[in-house]
Design a protein around this ligand. Structure first.
Ligand code: GRF
Length: 205
């Protein structure tokens, strides 16, 4: 009886690493969610490849440990990613959350974490992979946009979708007004996706 349930520890919170490069508003939404008692995760480390990323300030203000790892200090992408791998190991991370992390990762980092590394993208994937998503949604006359949380795989913005949130595109929208509308949904989506991941990963903890 109960082989799986014996391994399940519903009280054990998922240990998160959040990887950022900038403003960190999605990081903030995760920080805020983690303040809720029953939220099934806690941030153990914030890693930034940019030294003056505002997300690092947010982390410090919330007493969260940070690591600054500049990609410029490494001769190869593999060495940069190996450094990040060692930090993930140091903090016994369960789930890696990319939140505005502006480096394309290679299999060096992704393969050992496949299934436990997720990203937020500001479009309704598979539409508008890559950059300038809002400009492209407007140029193509889309009637709606939104955000996607997906697994990270070696193909950029191609991993299986965990959840999406949709917003309407309104006449007169600019990339900025659309980005702001999508961002509101991003901040709802990331905590929700972490809850989904917690229930998926719980039996492995
Ligand atoms: C967000 O729009 C996210 O979807 C994209 O980069 C932006 C990061 O914003 N990947 P922030 O740093 O979380 O405020």
């Amino acid at each position: 009886m109960g082989g799986i349930s014996q391994q399940t520890n519903p009280n054990r919170k998922l240990r998160l690493a959040v990887l950022i490069s900038g403003r960190g508003s999605n990081l903030q939404s995760i920080i805020d969610a983690c303040r809720i008692d029953e939220f099934p995760a806690q941030i153990k480390v914030v890693i930034s490849n940019i030294g003056d990323a505002y997300g690092l300030v947010r982390a410090h203000e919330n007493n969260i440990t940070t690591r600054f790892v500049s990609h410029k200090n490494f001769a190869t992408k593999a060495e940069f990613e190996t450094k990040i791998l060692s930090i993930l190991e140091e903090f016994e991370i369960d789930l890696v959350c990319l939140a505005g992390f502006m480096r394309i990762l290679s299999p060096t980092l992704i393969t050992p974490w496949e299934g436990r590394i997720i990203n937020i993208h500001p479009s309704l994937l598979p539409k508008h992979k890559g950059l300038h998503t809002h400009e492209r949604a407007l140029e193509e006359g889309d009637s709606e946009s939104g955000c996607t949380i997906h697994y990270v795989t070696p193909g950029m913005d191609e991993g299986e979708i965990i959840l999406q949130k949709t917003v309407p595109i309104i006449a007169g929208d600019t990339p900025e007004t659309l980005a702001a509308r999508v961002l509101v949904q991003e901040h709802i989506a990331y905590p929700e996706a972490i809850r989904i991941m917690a229930s998926k990963l719980q039996h492995n903890l």
